[in-house]
Design a protein around this ligand. Structure first.
Ligand code: SF4
Length: 503
């Protein structure tokens, strides 16, 4: 009997950008008595269905984007006589769907780290339940990935998680609803051990796949200090100190290490934190800028962000302290107007951003925006291939529409065309070349150009384009470029690397 873990995907690139962490974490959660699990990441290549035999257990992790492919895999695995178990964010939101369409014998909701071994044991003992709630485990219980199972030379970035959950409540984001609003932070010792292991294996680039790397703001500390009971303040201070301790340890890694994370713009208030990030080789962060206007920020409940000149100042602060920013912007907010596109591009260009992404407001399941959008569609929404558009992820890939929140003055086509034009201008060769000054050598600048173009190709063309021919051309191009690009990321394996806490 083999335990298979499958990360489904309709498109395979041969090379992956980031290691799908959940596969390696669930591998670690699989007791040794079951033997080494067989891991399949379909973003590399399609699953070999013949490898699944009667009596095997197949775990499939899905998010909304790959749910349909996950269901195909689930049905085929069940037909082959395997026990099928679904988990992941989408299965947490729609457990019945995985049972009805994915032929799941069981569905795990919430965090899988701890509950997975119980699911396997129940399966072996013939008492498998249809539902398991993994809940939200504490940071100290997060498992390390079993990285010795990684295939050689297939990924550009490794991934490590240091904190789950976000105290904010942005309307387009499901993180605070699925991972909770209380940040659950992992102890720095276990994070460090995992990072050292990945560095030994030759990963120089590591994504800190966190919901928000800056979970305690200075304002949080001020508010806690006003409370009569000091315990909350103490908790926040401990969490903040643990961040600094982790960063002090990362500082000792070889100088060519590169980390990237996600962070809220509030971190710009905290030069001490940004300096610690730079010293820790955290060279860049995705910052959700979303909108450049106060009205836009209000639309999405993100008024803790800055707008206008203050926004430019905040974003520049990151660069001043040596942290590069990938700015993320959303178009199609109710208050957006045709002139918003140029205004956004101007901010993106003036704010010293190294990379930027421009996405259209999309109602993702699990978000407040989705609930509001679903309501506006009424009880008889339009159907495609017999499937209501409010379940658009179940519509076959080639006929699946892009769904967007209805806009008061612009059509989806207008928003799409204007968004595409902003991508084209931000990623014109001339603009990229100007930004490539962040690196000094000619080789480095050419690499920057290549990476910028690949980034644009993978995200703008596959994400915004509506015609499937364009999506497929983009995927082919990205597939072709991915292999040479991966070489730029590869580091030298350092099997002897040691990093004692007090070294
Ligand atoms: S968008 Fe970012 S800041 Fe807002 S809730 Fe999601 S993770 Fe938190």
């Amino acid at each position: 009997m083999t335990v298979h873990l499958v990360n489904p995907s309709h498109v395979s690139f041969g090379i992956g950008v980031i290691t799908p962490r959940w596969l390696y974490v669930l591998a670690a959660a699989t007791p040794d008595t079951y033997g080494p699990p067989a891991l399949a990441d379909e973003t590399l290549e399609p699953l070999e269905f013949s490898s699944i035999k009667a009596g095997d257990i197949v775990g499939i992790g899905i998010h909304t984007g790959n749910a349909l492919r996950g269901y195909e895999v689930g049905r085929a695995a069940r037909e082959a006589g395997a026990t099928v178990i679904f988990g992941g964010i989408h299965a947490t939101l729609y457990p019945e769907e995985a049972q009805q369409l994915g032929a799941a014998h069981a569905v795990v909701t919430g965090d899988g780290d701890r509950v997975w071994s119980t699911v396997l044991a129940d399966c072996q003992a013939g008492r498998l339940q249809p539902r398991y709630d993994g809940g939200r485990i504490e940071g100290g219980e997060f498992l390390r990935g079993r990285w010795e199972l990684l295939p050689e030379g297939r990924y550009m970035w490794a991934s490590v998680q240091t904190v789950r959950g976000c105290p904010k409540h942005c309307s387009f984001c499901s993180v605070w609803r699925t991972d909770g609003q209380r940040p659950r932070q992992r102890g720095w010792e276990s994070v460090l051990e995992e990072i050292v292991e990945l560095r030994r294996r030759g990963f120089r680039f590591i994504a800190l796949a966190d919901d928000n790397f800056y979970p305690v703001t200075l304002n949080d500390l001020r508010m806690a200090a006003r409370r009569a009971d000091p315990s909350h303040l103490k908790q926040l201070e401990d969490a903040r100190n643990s961040r600094f301790e982790l960063m002090a340890q990362l500082e000792k890694l070889p100088g060519d290490s590169v980390f990237f994370t996600q962070i809220t713009m509030e971190a710009a208030e905290d030069p001490e934190f940004l300096d610690a990030m730079r010293r820790a080789h955290i060279k860049g962060a995705l910052v959700g800028v979303e909108s450049v206007t106060p009205e836009g920020l209000k639309d999405i409940y993100k008024d803790f962000n800055m707008s206008g000149e203050a926004l430019v100042g905040r974003l520049r602060t990151f660069r001043k302290h040596g942290v590069h920013v990938l700015g993320s912007f959303i178009f199609g907010l109710p208050s957006d107007r045709p002139e918003t596109f140029d205004a956004t591009l101007a901010v993106a260009e003036r704010a010293d951003l190294t990379f930027a992404q421009f996405v259209m407001l999309t109602p993702f399941p699990g978000t407040l925006d989705f609930a509001a959008w679903e309501k506006t569609m009424g009880s008889q929404p339009e159907s495609i291939a017999g499937i209501p558009v409010t379940r658009h992820w179940l519509i076959p890939q080639e006929r699946r529409p892009k769904v967007y929140v209805e806009h008061p003055v612009m059509t989806p086509d207008e928003i799409r065309a204007r968004t595409q034009a902003v991508w084209d201008r931000f990623y014109s060769v001339r603009s990229i070349w100007n930004r490539s000054r962040v690196v000094t050598s000619m080789k480095g600048r050419l690499a920057f150009l290549l990476i910028s173009k690949i980034y644009r190709q993978m995200y703008a063309n596959t994400g915004i384009a509506t015609d499937s021919a364009r999506v497929s051309r983009s995927a082919q191009w990205a597939r072709l470029m991915a292999r040479p690009c991966r070489r730029l990321f590869a580091g030298r394996p350092m099997p002897d690397l040691r990093l004692a806490p007090d070294a």
